[in-house]
Design a protein around this ligand. Sequence first.
Ligand SMILES: Cc1cc2nc3c(=O)[nH]c(=O)nc-3n(C[C@H](O)[C@H](O)[C@H](O)COP(=O)(O)O)c2cc1C
Length: 382
Amino acid sequence: MPYKKKPGDAITVVSIYKSLLKPIFFRMDPETVHNRVMRLGKFLGRSKANRALIRSIFYFEHPALNTTVAGITFKNPVGLAAGFDKNAQLYDLLPELGFGFAELGSITGEACAGNAKPRLFRIPQEKSIIVNYGLMNDGCETISNRLQNAIFRIPIGLSIAKTNDPSLDTDAGIRDYIKAYRSLHPLGYYTTINVSCPNTADGQTFGHAQNLRPLLAALANEKHEKPIFIKIKPDFTEKELEEIIKIVNSYDWIAGFIISNLTTCREGLKTPKEELDKLSPKGGLSGLPTQKRSLAAIRFVHQRSPKIIIGCGGIFTGQDVIDKLKAGASLVQLVTALVYEGPGVISKINREILCLLHKENLRSIDQLKKKYHTLKKDGPAL
Ligand SMILES: Cc1cc2nc3c(=O)[nH]c(=O)nc-3n(C[C@H](O)[C@H](O)[C@H](O)COP(=O)(O)O)c2cc1C
């Protein structure tokens, strides 16, 4: 079915957000805006009439965007990345915005209040956010109870992480992951093991080989009923990344990687590092500063691993998605684009993808992947 570009719609929705709402939001504290948007989202998701209204404004689909990855069928390859809906409260609304899938969390073994406020800082000149939330969330028990009877209308992934408590040593940290895994793995379409949050109180993560090895060895003894992804940071040296790939490749129950989380690198940006440090000395950067780093890591992993890759980091346009897919990703996720472009960005990106496929004489996302992926990765993971 050829795609006929409809003028207006998605572009207009994005323009309205950028000219009316964004200037108001950007005058307010970012976390306050996030909390209010969450409250509004929960309200809108609750009733069928509200959902239908949101759908009529934002939703877009086209068969050329359909794709099957890890045995799951997706309406389009653009998903919500972890961190926006940390407590799994928007799963009713997210399908109406046009997302192909959504990752909720990260959710930890115990409830966690997160780091001290302020902990979220916009850097508009970098199209980025400094994030120092510190994994605040309601904890796996409350959230798994919340999700017991949930009906998911798009594939939902649940991201788990270690409770942000510096008193947990490696063994206690692993027990914490296992607790979250056992309560949440049965509920989502897939599970993500987030080993790359840069905002833990002690700065430690399970993303390096010496911690990742015992964590995955422990998870190997658990039931693996759904695809499992490992979310990594974009800031590895090639040697470090090679070691991570080797560890992940050795487990056939791991479906793939999510590449990537926030970057901790503050060099090479328009804004001097000192200025960013003054704004917030702690926290990882999202958005544009992660774009090239995540793309390079995707390319690197794609050449060395038969595992599926979900690309994430600095996606604002259809071209950014195509770049990630060509580099080896099978799906993509975004979050910062929602802040800078508004929720109309999802349909806008999907329409742009169709135009770009058309330009390259490609009939579908799947055909693009067939052309550019050196290893076929999209079959069932289990
Ligand atoms: C406010 C905020 C909170 C985030 N929290 C999480 C989180 O809890 N777990 C996680 O895996 N990633 C988290 N991330 C990272 C994103 O999922 C994503 O990997 C990163 O922001 C790069 O994508 P983007 O450029 O589209 O934002 C967070 C990002 C933002 C902006």
